[in-house]
Design a protein around this ligand. Structure first.
Ligand code: AHR
Length: 497
C-alpha cells in the first residue's frame, strides 16, 4: 500500500530548537579521555589536547550544545579537582564507571575550550547528590562572575581573566537514582534550595534545569511541577531504548535476531507516548509552555562489545541505531513546542555514539550520518504534516512503516525526513505539497540504508553504511512519488520558484 503524506507548507507550527540535535559527554569509559581529549603531548593530532579528527567531524555535524560532566558522574564530581596546573590535579578512581583512574586533566577550562572550538553551547550539570550548595554556587561564580570575587580571582590565577558565558546549568542528575536515590518531594525542596544560589552575574543569564523523571515516572513529574515549577526554566526526561527484556539482558548491538528489529523500533517509538504524557502534566502548571522538556539522555543501550570493560558502555552502532535516531528526532521535532533540547547518549565511544575511536583511528557511525543529514531542521519552522501510513505487524506489536517530519528554513527550503521502518521491503510514499506560493521545481534526496539489519562501519571499513544520493522518486506537479529503500533514513530537500 502507498503511504500518503501531506505537507502544508503554509502552516508553520513553531521553531525546531537546534538544541534538539544536542549531545552528551560524560567521564565514562573512553568518551572524554581518548574520544575527545588526548592531551597536548599525544601523537594523535590535536589542538590544545582536543582530537582534531573528532572536533572536525562534530563541527561538520553542527553540534549545537554539549552536556557535561555527567550523568551519574556529575553527582560525584567536585569541580575544584579539575582546575589549576594539571600535575597538581587529584588522581582518583572513577568508582561509578569501570574503576579506572580519573586524573582530572579534563576539567572546566578544557570543557569550555572544547565548546568554543566546536562553537556549541555548554550545558553544565552540577552536583546535588554529593555536593553542597556552596560548591555549586562557587562553580557558577567561577564560570561567569566578572569583577572582584574569590572565584573570579581563582579563575584568573588559572589563566582565564574573563568570564565565560554559560546558559544551561543542570541542578543534579537522576536524583531519583544514582544522584542520591531521593524521593521527588525531597528533591523538589533541594532543587528549590540549590537553584537559589545559581545566580545570574553581569549579563549572563542562566537557564536553570531541574532533574526530571526516569521514563514513565509521572509521579516525579507531577511532584516537581507542583512544588517547583516557578523556579525552573526546564525539566529533564531520561529514556533509553533497551531492546532486550531486562537491564541484565539488553541484547547485542550486532548479530541480533531478526525479530529484535521491530521490538527495538517499537521501544524507540514509546518516546512519543512519554513526551505526550509528561507534557500533559506540565501543561497543567505551565499552559504557556514557558518550561522546556529536555530529553537530555536518550538512545539505544545494548550489551557492551565482548572483551570490553563492562563499565565503559562501549557498543557498536548499526543501521538499526540509525533508525532509532531518525524516529526519535522526528518525534522531538513534532513536539518542538515543549521539547527545547535533547542530548543523545553519548558523544564518543559510549552507548549510541556518533563517533567511535581506537587509538588514532576514528569512524563515523550510522547515527552520525543521521545527525548530519537532519541538521537542516535546526532552527527551522516545523511544518504541519498529515499522514496515512501502513502498519507493520498487528495489535500491540504493530509499528508504522514510515516516520516523518518536515520543516521550512529561513531561505524557504523545505526538508522532509522520512524513515522506512520496514527492514524487509521498500516503502512507496506519495508526498503532496500544499500551500506553496511558488511551484515546486527541484527535489534532492540523500538516503542512508544497508543490506543487513546490523550493517555498520568498522575501523577497517569506515564507509559501509554511509549516505548516498537518493533518486528513486518522480516529481509530478506538487506531488513526490518515492520508493524508500528498506530500513532507511532519507532526507528530501525541496526548492520552489
Ligand atoms: O549515560 C549513561 C548513564 O545513564 C548516565 O550516567 C546516567 O545519567 C544514566 O543512568
Amino acid at each position: 500500500m502507498t503511504n500518503r503524506i501531506t505537507v502544508n507548507a503554509d502552516r508553520a507550527k513553531g521553531t525546531i530548537n537546534r538544541n534538539i540535535y544536542g549531545h552528551f559527554s560524560e567521564h565514562l569509559g573512553r568518551c572524554i579521555y581518548e574520544g575527545l581529549w588526548v592531551g597536548e603531548d599525544s601523537d594523535i593530532p590535536n589542538t590544545k589536547g582536543i582530537r582534531n579528527d573528532v572536533a572536525a567531524a562534530l563541527k561538520k555535524m553542527k553540534i549545537p550544545v554539549l552536556r557535561w560532566p555527567g550523568g551519574c558522574f556529575a553527582d560525584e564530581y567536585h569541580w575544584k579537582d579539575g582546575i589549576g596546573p594539571k600535575e597538581n590535579r587529584k588522581r582518583m578512581i572513577n568508582t561509578h564507571w569501570g574503576g579506572v583512574v580519573e586524573n582530572n586533566h579534563f576539567g572546566t577550562h578544557e570543557f569550555m575550550m572544547l565548546c568554543e572550538m566546536l562553537e556549541c553551547e555548554p550545558y553544565i550539570n552540577g552536583n546535588v547528590g554529593s555536593g553542597t550548595v556552596q560548591e555549586m554556587a562557587d562553580w557558577v561564580e567561577y564560570l561567569t562572575f566578572e569583577g572582584v570575587s574569590p572565584m573570579a580571582e581563582l579563575r584568573e590565577a588559572n589563566g582565564r581573566p574573563e568570564p565565560w558565558k554559560v546558559k544551561y546549568f543542570g541542578v543534579g542528575n537522576e536524583n531519583w537514582g544514582c544522584g542520591g536515590n531521593m524521593r521527588p518531594e525531597y528533591y523538589a525542596d533541594l532543587y528549590r534550595q540549590f537553584q537559589t544560589y545559581v545566580r545570574n552575574y553581569g549579563s549572563n543569564r542562566i537557564h536553570k534545569i531541574a532533574c526530571g523523571p526516569n521514563t514513565d515516572d509521572y509521579h516525579w513529574m507531577e511532584t516537581l511541577m507542583k512544588q517547583a515549577h516557578r523556579f525552573m526554566d526546564s525539566i529533564t526526561l531520561h529514556y533509553y531504548t533497551v531492546p532486550g527484556d531486562s537491564w541484565q539482558e539488553k541484547g547485542t548491538a550486532t548479530g541480533f535476531p531478526e525479530n529484535m528489529w521491530r521490538v527495538t523500533l517499537k521501544k524507540a517509538l514509546f518516546m512519543e507516548e512519554l513526551i505526550s504524557k509528561h507534557s500533559a502534566i506540565m501543561d497543567q502548571y505551565d499552559p504557556d509552555k514557558r518550561i522546556g522538556l529536555l530529553v537530555d539522555e536518550w538512545g539505544t543501550w545494548h550489551d557492551v562489545e565482548p572483551g570490553t570493560n563492562p563499565g565503559f558502555l562501549y557498543q557498536q552502532n548499526t543501521i538499526r541505531d540509525a533508525l532509532v535516531a531518525g524516529i526519535s528526532l522526528n518525534i522531538f521535532n513534532e513536539h518542538c513546542d515543549r521539547v527545547q533540547m535533547a542530548n543523545i547518549a553519548q558523544l564518543v565511544n559510549v552507548l549510541q555514539a556518533v563517533i567511535l575511536t581506537e587509538g588514532e583511528k576514528m569512524v563515523l557511525t550510522p547515527t552520525y550520518h543521521v545527525f548530519d543529514m537532519y541538521k537542516v531542521h535546526q532552527d527551522a519552522q516545523l511544518l504541519d504534516v498529515h499522514q496515512s501510513i501502513t502498519e507493520l505487524g498487528e495489535g500491540k506489536q504493530a509499528i508504522p512503516q514510515i516516520s516523518v517530519s518536515a520543516s521550512i528554513d529561513e531561505e524557504g527550503r523545505i526538508h522532509i525526513s522520512l524513515c522506512n521502518l520496514d527492514h524487509q521491503a521498500g516503502a512507496k510514499v506519495e508526498v503532496e505539497l500544499r500551500g506553496l506560493v511558488d511551484k515546486l521545481v527541484s527535489v534532492q534526496g540523500t538516503t542512508l540504508t544497508s543490506d543487513a539489519i546490523d550493517g555498520h562501519n568498522t575501523f577497517e571499513e569506515t564507509d559501509k553504511v554511509s549516505p548516498t544520493e537518493f533518486t528513486a522518486f518522480n516529481l509530478i506537479d506538487q506531488v513526490i512519488y518515492a520508493e524508500l529503500p528498506p530500513m532507511s533514513v532519507t532526507v528530501l530537500a525541496l526548492t520552489a520558484e
